[in-house]
Design a protein around this ligand. Structure first.
Ligand code: CP
Length: 347
């Protein structure tokens, strides 16, 4: 695995560890500026010229609704033309072509490769195999990382203010790639803003030691617990997640559960928010979820003004616009356009 540079010097976004506090702040601020520019038709037209000479390949070998659609939308906003493979069984991989040869082929046609795959390490191998001219973004790698989901989650919390808030990560933390990436990114906040982390799960679904080791290195204050009901009144943010049982593929029960629809495990879980317990949360506690959800958040919670998971979906598109613009070194142009926009508004 090649040494990955910090995101600003890199041609790719592979892991949460590439981001430090300054680069996270820069992406959040750039996202805000892009949103302001896009308020007018002139601004939206200008954004569409920024990368109109570029092409992107979206290779999604795992299911996706939000990440796929928000990358498609982000490319449209920046004028990037897109190609896609969502079903590897109709690519030449079925003829025995290796993963790397396939990605070398894609790189002949695209300036940017956005990939989701069930193999955690493939993203590193692809980054190693392709030239520096190809930009690569990890849109989810196995049960390991989902850095662009973490970016949108960081942006959502940035909008609330970090302010030493207490955040509870709840659910399948062992295989929840969004939690793993988000915990790593949030560990980069300076002491005056740093969050306190609670990892809430039964022991067999608890966060893994590799993440806890990183948190220790960053002096993050964290606790592990399996008592969700007791913790509810103490936290400022809950980051709820579903059971990640797609990783149980070798287990025949996986197929049975999928046939039944909702996982019976999930239905039995105590790690939930619904009309019966939501009042235990503080009146200003924010409820986040990377989605998709199953039964861990009742649909009645959507109407509660503490729920921000639909905002997260929208934030994801704008953060991805900012990330792509940053990888193509368009930050300065966006800053100038933003200053022009502010001058025009004052006139
Ligand atoms: N949050 C997320 O990654 O959603 P999708 O699987 O729908 O992309």
């Amino acid at each position: 695995m090649k040494d990955l540079e910090k995101i600003e010097k890199s041609n790719c976004c592979i892991t949460a560890q590439q981001f430090d506090y300054d680069s996270l702040k820069k992406i959040c601020e750039l996202t805000d500026k892009i949103r302001v520019i896009s308020e007018t038709k002139e601004g939206r037209d200008w954004l569409q010229t920024l990368l109109s000479d570029k092409k992107a390949m979206l290779y999604f070998a795992q299911p996706s609704s939000r990440t796929f659609m928000s990358f498609v939308s982000a490319c449209h906003i920046l004028g990037i033309k897109i190609m896609e493979i969502r079903d590897p069984s109709i690519s030449s991989m079925v003829k025995g072509e290796s993963d790397i040869d396939s990605f070398k082929t894609f790189s002949q046609f695209a300036d940017l490769i956005i990939m989701r795959h069930d193999k955690s390490n493939l993203i590193y191998e692809v980054a190693d195999a392709l030239s520096k001219d190809n930009k690569i973004i990890n849109a989810g790698s196995g049960a390991d990382q989902h850095p662009t989901q973490a970016l949108l989650d960081v942006y959502t919390i940035y909008k609330m203010g970090f302010n030493n808030k207490k955040i509870a990560f709840v659910g399948d933390l062992a295989r929840g790639r969004t939690v793993r990436s988000l915990a790593l990114m949030l560990s980069k906040l300076p002491k005056e803003e740093a969050l306190k982390f609670y990892f809430v799960a039964p022991s067999n679904y608890q966060i893994k030691d590799d993440i806890l080791e990183q948190l220790k290195k960053e002096n993050i204050d964290y606790e592990l617990t399996d008592n969700w009901e007791e913790l509810m009144s103490k936290i400022d943010i809950v980051y709820m997640t579903r059971l990640q049982n797609e990783h149980d593929k070798k287990n025949w029960l996986y197929y049975l559960k999928n046939k039944l629809g909702i996982s019976p495990d999930n239905a039995r879980s105590n790690y939930i928010i619904n009309k019966n317990n939501i009042n235990k949360l503080k009146p200003d506690c924010k409820i986040m979820h990377p989605l998709p959800r199953r039964l861990e958040i009742g649909i009645e919670v959507d109407k509660d003004n503490r729920a921000v998971y639909w905002e997260q979906v929208e934030n994801g598109m704008w953060v991805r616009v900012a990330l792509i613009a940053l990888l193509f070194k368009k930050e300065k142009q966006i800053n100038n356009q933003f200053l022009n926009y502010q001058k025009i508004k004052k006139i």
